[in-house]
Design a protein around this ligand. Structure first.
Ligand code: ARG
Length: 341
């Protein structure tokens, strides 16, 4: 019974017409009403591989004090709601993504900013542990006050309060202090620490909300490896920001030398601390509003690693102008150091 509810939810959201109860924003940012709390399944009935262990873990946490996670998250990178984003197809949408089933990109984070009294979409990010999300420094430019921002996990449709949605205030933003030292988009990485709730709670992991693995220093992602980009950004370069769902697409890692040549006209040269992904012919790409979001690559053991952070590109999805991502392996020491502050 419960498994069918979950499955219907997933299928409906693929069709983009997810029906869920909209709940008003709660001032404290508390993520569950009693009604949704009761709906949370105490089950092991999900059909998705690996769902059982996470549910056991969630059950173990239920109600009691929330354990503080250690820095290294061992159960990272698991995708329990299966979803393979479409390969390149020819529909004339720049991002060319699809609505991902709720929870299928469990590490996805939305950073919102308060504008004219309403929180609106600002940037993407990825969960790396229960108190930290990794994003781009350019999301925190001058005049952008992080006290007016919040971090949302378990998000899908901005107009709907989702089952596992949690909202957090920001405690600290670690911007990279060499940001823009080697061009307008160099060192475009930031680590955001969220504020724990009054009861000590940080991000609660489940089958639909969980961290992505950081790569190890020797991880060398191969050209053409297909990776997932996801975000709430624009689907047309001049269109308005869409809000109805988290979109995702599959794109291949591009050869570094090829990409460097493609951008040799640009004011930002392609640095070793950047990685490109996309099709030479364009079509599928991250776009405005996707910044800070993850380039997530599935490794041989089936886990996803955070290979890149959406940073820049000329236009969106233009031929020979692929998406450029901050290369996470270039910043592992920095991340480690900031994560332990
Ligand atoms: N800088 C953009 C933002 O603020 C994202 C750029 C990514 N562009 C691209 N074509 N891949 O959202």
């Amino acid at each position: 019974m419960i498994s069918s509810i979950v499955l219907i939810g997933a299928i409906a959201s693929i069709n983009g017409n997810q029906q869920a109860i909209t709940q008003p924003e709660n001032q404290n940012g508390n993520e569950h009403t009693t009604a949704t709390r009761n709906k949370r399944s105490p089950n092991g009935h999900l059909k998705f591989p690996g769902a059982n262990s996470a549910n056991r873990e969630e059950r173990a946490r239920g109600g009691g004090p929330f354990p503080v996670m250690t820095k290294s998250v061992s159960n990272c990178g698991a995708q329990q709601i299966s979803f393979t984003p479409p390969q390149f197809d020819r529909t004339p949408r720049i991002r060319n993504g699809r609505c991902a089933p709720y929870g299928s990109i469990p590490w996805s984070v939305q950073i919102q900013i308060l504008r004219n009294g309403v929180y609106v979409h600002h940037c993407g990010a990825a969960i790396i542990d229960d108190q930290h999300v990794l994003t781009a420094t350019h999301c925190f430019g001058s005049g952008m006050d992080s006290s007016l921002m919040k971090v949302v996990v378990g998000q899908h449709d901005m107009a709907v309060r989702e089952e596992k949605e949690m909202h957090f205030e920001i405690e600290t933003v670690h911007r990279h202090n060499q940001y823009q030292s080697l061009g307008p988009y160099s060192h475009d990485i930031a680590l955001v620490k969220i504020k724990r709730k009054g009861d000590g709670r940080a991000i609660r992991f489940s089958d639909k909300v969980s961290p992505i693995c950081l790569p190890s220093p020797q991880d060398n992602i191969k050209d053409d490896h297909k990776c997932i980009i996801s975000g709430w950004g624009k689907t047309e370069p001049h269109g308005s920001l869409q809000t109805e769902c988290l979109r995702a697409a599959n794109i291949p890692i591009l050869n570094q030398a090829t990409c460097k040549k493609m951008y040799n006209y640009s004011s930002q040269e392609l640095l070793e601390s950047m990685v490109c992904a996309g099709y030479q012919q364009g079509g599928v790409d991250a776009c405005k509003g996707d910044s800070g979001g993850p380039l997530a690559c599935k490794m041989d053991d089936g886990r996803y690693k955070l290979v890149g952070v959406v940073s820049w590109g000329h236009g969106c999805g233009k031929a020979n102008n692929p998406g450029v991502f901050t290369r996470v392996t270039s910043f592992l020491d920095w991340i480690n150091q900031k994560q332990s502050i």
